[in-house]
Design a protein around this ligand. Structure first.
Ligand SMILES: [Zn+2]
Length: 376
């Protein structure tokens, strides 16, 4: 990763480069600031710059063998430490166990938070930490001679997740660092880091991004309209990870709406070809979205009932949904609401237990053809 790929933070990039040009690279630096502002990207770009054979003014070259190895995450002198989850089968978990997933998430999109990292690992809600096995591995890795003859760089993401034992081991390393080794700590929160570690690092404060800095990245990377990107950027208040989550949520809701409308139309017409097509569309979603689509359908059924029986109380709808419901709501009534909700709830239940989605959705749409005409 090169500096030019990192959104904003021009003054910080300049001062990092200046450290190298002046021959005053501090052996322990902490990039500190709010979540989702690109601190990790800055650290990786700086590591690339430190390892590059021919850095030009303002950035690494991007083409020398060292740059290429860094960008492929195969450079032997670049090490990563990050929180992982220990479990029954892997009690001594450390970063090395999850390096492939780590590489994949950064290559896909380097602005992410701890929650998104755990989602990526499929380990939501579990306790992610940098444990004591990690510090053993750090010592082992840093004992190796530098491969390139230049610096060895160790990026530690979220040092606030270190337990006391591993933090104390790191402290010893910071006090007596191995030769030509640079530690780059990337943190959202100082209050949970040992003060003794803080006092050993040079702190670089990285502020939140400005919304207009994020907009261009969001429009090019996610191919959304400038309006959608601007709105997500301003809601997320400088947090790119959160802006992306907002955009993906809005995108999914649009897709669910289109699919729901298509499904209800097919059910009403009861044309076998249309029914087959729409059930295949639903089955083509990934498993999480199949379940989310069913929840979305339940939400629309509920809103239809509210519109029918408590006119004017609709609050939880977008304008396209509202326009659709003006016509659609009359099909949802006392005669079928219980069965419709039951059908979608049951489908959700069976998906969680690994039912075959193709069979499941074709079953759902066939039942819908009968239910949708009840009571009209
Ligand atoms: Zn290079």
């Amino acid at each position: 990763m090169q500096f030019k790929e990192v959104i904003g933070h021009e003054a910080i990039k300049k001062s990092l480069i200046h450290e190298v040009e002046a021959g005053r690279v501090s052996h322990a630096q902490m990039l500190l600031g709010p979540e989702g502002n690109g601190k990790l990207s800055l650290a990786i770009s700086f590591a690339t710059y430190l390892l590059c054979d021919t850095p030009a003014k303002g950035d690494s070259c991007g083409v020398c063998p060292n740059c290429k190895k860094v960008s492929a995450f195969t450079h032997p002198d670049l090490h990563f430490v990050f929180p992982v989850v220990a479990n029954k089968t892997n009690k001594v978990a450390y970063s090395g166990d999850r390096i492939q997933e780590w590489t994949a998430i950064i290559q896909k999109q380097p602005y992410f938070n701890l929650k998104q990292w755990q989602m990526h690992l499929d380990e939501m809600g579990k306790n992610a930490a940098i444990g004591v096995e990690e510090s053993r591995q750090i010592l082992k890795r840093l004992a190796l001679k530098s491969y390139s003859g230049k610096y060895k760089v160790m990026i530690i993401w979220m040092p606030e997740k270190m337990n006391n034992q591993s933090a104390n081991k790191l402290l010893k390393l910071l006090e007596e660092p191995p030769e030509k080794t640079i530690f780059l700590l990337v943190s959202n929160a100082v209050d949970t880091i040992l003060p003794t570690i803080l006092s050993r690092t040079q702190i670089i404060r990285v502020p939140a991004l400005k919304p207009d800095e994020m907009t261009e990245y969001l429009t090019t990377k996610y191919r959304v309209s400038e309006e959608a990107a601007t709105s997500a950027a301003s809601l997320a208040q400088g947090n790119v990870a959160e802006a992306i989550e907002l955009l993906q949520g809005a995108h999914a809701q649009h897709a669910f709406f289109d699919l729901f409308v298509k499904m209800m139309r097919a059910a009403y017409k009861a044309n076998p070809m249309d029914l087959m097509e729409v059930s295949e569309d639903a089955a083509a979603l990934d498993k999480e979205n199949q379940k989310n689509f069913l929840k979305y359908g339940l939400h629309i059924f509920r809103e239809s009932i509210i519109l029918n029986y408590m006119k004017g109380e609709l609050v939880n709808l977008q304008s396209n949904e509202r326009a659709f419901l003006e016509k659609f709501a009359r099909f949802i009534n006392n005669q079928n609401i219980t069965e419709l909700m039951e059908e979608f709830n049951q489908a959700h239940y069976h998906l969680e237990r690994n039912a075959n989605p193709k069979i499941l959705f074709s079953d759902v749409v066939i039942k819908l053809t009968k239910l949708i005409k009840k009571g009209v």
